[in-house]
Design a binder for this molecule. Structure first.
Ligand SMILES: *Cc1c(COP(=O)(O)O)cnc(C)c1O
Length: 394
């Protein structure tokens, strides 16, 4: 038992090491920064972020990308994507303001959160954002009141099985209800323009895409029979990045999704959209942390670092496991990674295999580019990680 665990631990550490070595080999500039940067810092490779967008566009040439700002809203990330002409998906006035201050044209901005604060709708519509998701009658009524000629697309519920960060329970309706919501929107003077879904964040299950596109096509046809010509199929986010395991590659998802589109949408929608967040920034960031303490408690080895679930690693609470790397040789031991705060919930991971670290050593948390700094608070007085954007290729 102990040996199998240790074997699994070895594989885990080797995987993290290989990931780290590949990552830094491709980004030689990082080699100098990593050991010297203040901690905690999220190092983000802006070239890498741009390359992710380019890659998605290459494999899905008919799809327009609207980057989900909530994954990482750092101005340099937004600006890098804006330079490439990316679209953006926002949920709040704060996110929208950031884009407008970078001179992103409102036509390239959509809002797919199905339940929006009235003030946000008012502000967005006022500056020229004109496309909003809905998934309830009351949202339609609200939008019709505040943004009387807006275009709306309806969110259907699709399976989020195998997605590490499922969203389907909170949002989305069945096809029948979606149809009635679109009709209701039309009666209220809004323009029903399309369908959206989200297969779940970090989706590693192609079947979710299958059901989602099939059901969207069903709704599309039903709407047509009721005299509504839909234009937009928005396929949401969900593109996964590797953490401690390999995941579906963008090209695999693209190949499969394009096949489904050919089958279920013989006449392609006027506009195909995707809203990747994690898939653009997730594996382009390394969180550099420092060991601040070690302890043995009840036979368990605890290791404490200078950040935690309240200061950037909130997704650890939902099951996201970051590859953890320490640049050291030596026998591996099993550790529990504790966060910096006094809260007992502040545990980043269990079952982390590392060579014996010392206080002051740097721990690298890989694939920390998405849903980290945006979630961070200053709980207990500990700072959010700073973000340092690098263009890693010298
Ligand atoms: C969060 C979110 C996304 C981005 O999801 P990822 O899994 O990070 O790609 C896209 N669309 C909507 C509506 C979202 O809420």
């Amino acid at each position: 038992m102990k040996e199998t665990l240790l074997r699994a631990g070895e594989l885990q550490f080797k995987y993290a090491r290989r990931y780290f070595e590949e990552f830094t080999a491709e980004r030689p500039a990082l080699r100098e920064i990593l050991p010297t940067v203040e901690t905690p810092t999220l190092l983000l490779d802006l070239e890498g972020v741009k390359n992710r967008l380019i890659q998605i566009r290459y494999h899905l040439p008919e799809v327009r990308v609207y980057y989900a700002v909530k994954a990482n809203d750092h101005p340099q990330v937004l600006s890098a994507l804006h330079q490439l002409g990316s679209g953006f998906e926002v949920a709040s006035s704060g996110e929208l303001q950031k884009l407008l201050s970078l001179k992103v044209p409102p036509e390239r901005i959509i809002s797919s959160n199905p339940v929006k604060p009235p003030e946000f709708i008012d502000y967005a519509y006022g500056v020229g954002v004109n496309r909003f998701a809905v998934d309830s009658f009351s949202e339609v009524d609200k939008i019709a009141r505040i943004a009387p000629r807006a275009r709306v697309y309806v969110r259907i519920a699709v399976p989020n099985e195998g997605s590490e960060w499922p969203l389907s329970r909170k949002f989305g309706v069945d096809v029948g209800t979606a149809l009635r919501i679109l009709e209701h929107a039309k009666e209220k003077g809004l323009v029903p323009v399309g369908v959206t879904f989200h297969v779940g964040s970090q989706c590693n299950n192609l079947r979710n895409w299958f059901i989602a596109i099939r059901d969207s096509a069903e709704l599309w046809e039903k709407a047509r029979l009721r005299g509504m010509r839909l234009l937009i199929l928005n396929m949401g986010g969900g593109i996964p990045v590797r953490y401690i395991n390999e995941v579906l590659r963008i090209e695999d998802i693209a190949y499969y999704v394009r096949g489904l589109l050919r089958k279920y949408f013989p006449t392609p929608p006027y506009e195909l959209q995707m809203e990747p967040g994690r898939g653009i920034v997730g594996d382009q960031g390394v969180l550099v942390t420092q060991v601040i303490g070690k302890a043995q408690r009840g036979g368990e080895n605890w290791l404490y670092v200078d950040t935690g679930v309240f200061n950037g690693l909130a997704e650890a609470l939902g099951g996201i496991r970051y590859p953890v790397y320490l640049e050291k040789e030596g026998e591996l031991k099993e550790w529990i990674l504790g966060g910096v705060s006094c809260d007992s919930m502040d545990v980043i991971a269990r079952g982390v295999y590392l060579p014996e670290p010392e206080v002051g050593d740097r721990l690298y948390l890989l694939s920390a580019g998405a849903y980290t700094t945006v979630y961070a608070s200053e709980f207990n007085g500990f700072p959010r990680p700073r973000i340092l954007c690098v263009s890693g290729r010298l």
